[in-house]
Design a protein around this ligand. Structure first.
Ligand SMILES: [Zn+2]
Length: 104
């Protein structure tokens, strides 16, 4: 899975947290066999919730772009081949899903 956060590739220590793009922190989680870098466990939980939510609603995907922040909510576009779906996601303080809706 390729991940782009606010316009920049992310998901490794060098590129930044797979959810928020931060380069601080030291937390890894394996998702679909891919070891992803996160700044903290809450970002890992939030990302997992997004990935699982999209897979449940649409199926597996190859690229995920995430735009936004904790306060604004995030527009998440999943792509496979030439297909794409965008979802709006907002989290609670605990990185649980508060809002999850398909936008297109
Ligand atoms: Zn983060």
């Amino acid at each position: 899975m390729k991940i782009i956060v606010n316009g920049r590739e992310a998901g490794t220590r060098d590129t930044g947290c797979a959810l928020c793009g931060s380069t601080w922190g030291d937390y890894y989680e394996e998702i679909d066999g891919q070891r992803l870098f996160f700044c903290c466990n809450l970002c890992a939980k939030g990302f997992t919730n997004i990935a699982e939510g999209i897979k449940g609603a649409w199926g597996p995907f190859e690229v995920l772009t995430i735009d936004g922040s904790y306060s604004t909510g995030r527009h998440c576009t999943a792509m496979k081949g030439d297909q794409r779906r965008t979802f709006f996601v907002r989290f609670t303080d605990n990185a649980d899903i508060e809002v999850f809706r398909q936008e297109q």
